[in-house]
Design a protein around this ligand. Structure first.
Ligand code: ZN
Length: 322
C-alpha cells in the first residue's frame, strides 16, 4: 500500500467512526511511516473544517510533535530499547482526559525496540483501552513484535511493491556510479567503490545537519546523542535503498542477458548503460547478485562500509574482461 492509499483507508474509518484502537504501521519509522502517522494525527487534531489544513495549531502541533494530546515514545539513545520505566510514564499520559476534549494519540516509534517487559506493560493498556485513544506503532520489523500485541492491533503495511528508491540527489549520484562501474576492470571497480563511499559519507553528513535543524525547530531540549541516533537511523534507511538500487541494477543486467522483456527492467531508461552490466554468462550474473547480497548483509552487521564496498566491487567487476 502507498501512503496515499493507507491514508484514504484510515480517513474512511475516521469518517465512519470506526477507527481501531491501535494500528501497527509497517514502514520505515522515520520515513513514510511517520508521514502517514502525522497525516492521520493532523486529521484528528485539526481545528479547521478542511481537515487536515496543515496550518492550524492542531496541525502544527503534530508537525512539531508538541501537541499536548500527542504522546510519543522512542528507544533510548544508548540502549536502543524502550524501557519499562519509559513505557509506564508513557501509559500514564492516557489515564487523564485530553486537553482539547477530543482524541489522544500515543505514537510508539520503532515499536520493535520494546523490551519484553515494556511490551507486556503496554499490553495491559491495549486490553483495557481508554476512550477516544489511538495508538500507532511504527516499525520496520513487525516480526519482532509480541504476537499478543500484534493480535490487538490492525496492521497496515507500506512495505512491498517495488524497492523504494533513494531521494533525488542520492539517486543521481548513485546512478552515475552505476553507469560507469562496469567495463573498466580493477581500476574502474575500485574508483567506483570509492566514489560510492564518498556519496554515502556526504549523505550521512547532510542528514546530521538536517536533524540538527529539525531539533532546533522542535524547540525541545534534544541532546547530541539523540540527534546522532535519529540521523543514523535515517541514514541506514537511505543506505538500504542505495544498496537495493545496486542490486536492481545487477538484476537488470541478468534480465538483459536472458533476453527478458524490457518491461521487466527496473531502469529501462538506462538501457544504453545497462549493457555494461550484462554478465558474460548466466552463472556470472547470479554470482554478482550473490556478492552484492552478501555485502548488504555485512553492512547491516556494521562491517566498515568503504572496505565492504571495495571488496564487493572488486569481486563484481575487478576480474572481468577489461
Ligand atoms: Zn489544521
Amino acid at each position: 500500500m502507498t501512503v496515499d492509499q493507507a491514508y484514504a483507508y484510515l480517513e474512511q474509518s475516521v469518517v465512519a467512526g470506526r477507527l481501531a484502537q491501535a494500528y501497527v504501521i509497517e514502514a520505515s519509522p522515520r520515513g513514510n511511516g511517520l508521514v502517514l502517522a502525522n497525516r492521520l494525527m493532523q486529521r484528528l487534531f485539526c481545528t479547521d473544517t478542511e481537515k487536515p489544513c496543515g496550518v492550524c495549531n492542531g496541525c502544527r502541533g503534530v508537525a512539531h510533535a508538541t501537541h499536548p494530546d500527542l504522546h510519543r515514545i522512542e528507544p533510548e539513545k544508548k540502549s536502543r530499547v524502550i524501557s519499562v520505566d519509559a513505557m509506564r510514564a508513557f501509559q500514564h499520559a492516557f489515564v487523564t482526559t485530553s486537553f482539547s476534549g477530543g482524541w489522544k494519540v500515543g505514537l510508539i516509534m520503532n515499536a520493535d525496540c520494546c523490551h519484553a517487559s515494556s511490551a507486556n506493560a503496554f499490553l495491559k493498556t491495549l486490553e483495557e483501552p481508554p476512550e477516544q485513544t489511538l495508538f500507532l506503532l511504527l516499525t520496520d520489523q513487525v516480526q519482532r513484535l509480541l504476537p499478543t500485541v500484534l493480535s490487538r492491533c490492525q496492521r497496515i503495511s507500506l512495505a512491498g511493491g517495488d524497492a523504494v528508491l533513494p531521494p533525488g540527489d542520492a539517486y543521481d549520484a548513485v546512478m552515475d556510479v552505476l553507469r560507469h562501474m562496469g567495463g573498466m576492470g580493477r581500476i574502474g571497480a575500485m574508483s567506483s567503490a570509492a566514489e560510492l563511499a564518498r556519496v554515502m559519507k556526504s549523505l550521512k553528513e547532510s542528514l546530521v545537519k538536517e536533524e540538527k535543524t529539525l531539533a532546533r525547530e522542535e524547540e525541545q531540549d534534544i541532546d547530541a546523542e539523540t540527534i546522532d541516533g535519529r540521523a543514523g537511523a535515517r541514514y541506514r534507511e537511505v543506505r538500504q535503498q542505495i544498496l537495493m538500487m545496486i542490486l536492481c541494477w545487477l538484476r537488470d543486467g541478468l534480465l538483459l542477458f536472458t533476453g527478458s522483456d524490457q518491461d521487466l527492467l527496473r531502469f529501462p531508461e538506462e538501457l544504453e548503460y545497462l549493457r555494461t552490466a550484462v554478465p558474460a554468462s548466466y552463472q556470472e550474473g547470479l554470482q554478482r547478485i550473490r556478492i552484492m547480497e552478501a555485502a548488504i548483509t555485512q553492512m547491516n552487521r556494521n562491517m566498515p562500509e568503504s572496505l565492504t564496498l571495495g571488496h564487493a566491487f572488486l569481486s563484481l567487476y575487478g576480474t572481468s574482461r577489461s
